[in-house]
Write a protein that binds this ligand. Sequence first.
Ligand SMILES: [Zn+2]
Ligand SMILES: [Zn+2]
Length: 334
Amino acid sequence: MSHTLSTYKSSAGRTIYSFPVQSFPQLATNIYVIDDGSQLILVDCGSGFERSNKDLLAGFEAISEAKAVPVSLKDIGLILITHGHMDHFGGLPFVREYTDAPIGIHQLDVRVLSHYEERRIVAARMLDSFAEAAGVSEKKRHDLMAMYLYAKGIYRSLPVQFLLEEGQPVAEIDIYHAPGHCPGQVCLQVDDLLLTADHILSRITPHQAPESITLNTGLGHYLDSLEKIGRIDGLRLGLGGHEDPIEDVYQRIADIRSFHESRLDKVREICQEPKTVAEVSKELFGRQHHYHVLLALEETGAHVEYLYLRGELVAANIDEIEQRPHPVIQYQCV
Ligand SMILES: [Zn+2]
Ligand SMILES: [Zn+2]
């Protein structure tokens, strides 16, 4: 990865450094280092894979050059994790080799950091149940689970030292809880800059999964959180967990919302006839491969679930659901 260090100045004169790390072969994650004049605050730390860790060290070398003072992971005073996804927190055991700085995350994602081994197995089981009800064959489910567990990386559980709670600023950084993409997703406001993490991204619409797999995710929570973030006044720039800065956070929120509205319309159209989630997914996304099969299924599941929870879709094969222990559910518009 080319070490493109970006530097942002907040309205109150705080500096935010940003650089990407290659967290997975196909995915770059943005790391942020907030310099408030008294300490350095690390926001997210990559996946923990070798390449990601290397990029993290190189990012600090680039900051050293920019500041004309040597700084390293040893100089970090606080570590904030924006949410419990591997590409954002997986590097914590590596960072711990350099610093004992306290780690903070939202309460609803604490378990992912501190009880990871248990969480990984339970989450895989919940995902498998979802895929089964969605109409994915046993062989395909086996492949999906193998990919899922691989993407869960090489992390080992670590204790969390403090919580990121809405309404309780940390180092004068305002915290907003934005559940949806992840249960403990937070956005961090540094004066007129908002670190939007994976809640709002400049190009792609952040990934959605059904709350039947993980509570406090799901499209309904996500859209509520979009509205909440849209009510913060005076944001000049959004800095996402991936991709480029968001020039107009408010416009981007409106665009993401209308994107989901049109996707919901497509699901309504497709479900004029009874359809399984796997069938809806194929109509929405076409034939997908590798990890994208899983992403497409989850994204579809989130939209189907949103309409089902609101009484717009019903289960069409109710006899089968009543009689079989693990039925595939067909959804239809009322
Ligand atoms: Zn994420
Ligand atoms: Zn991410």
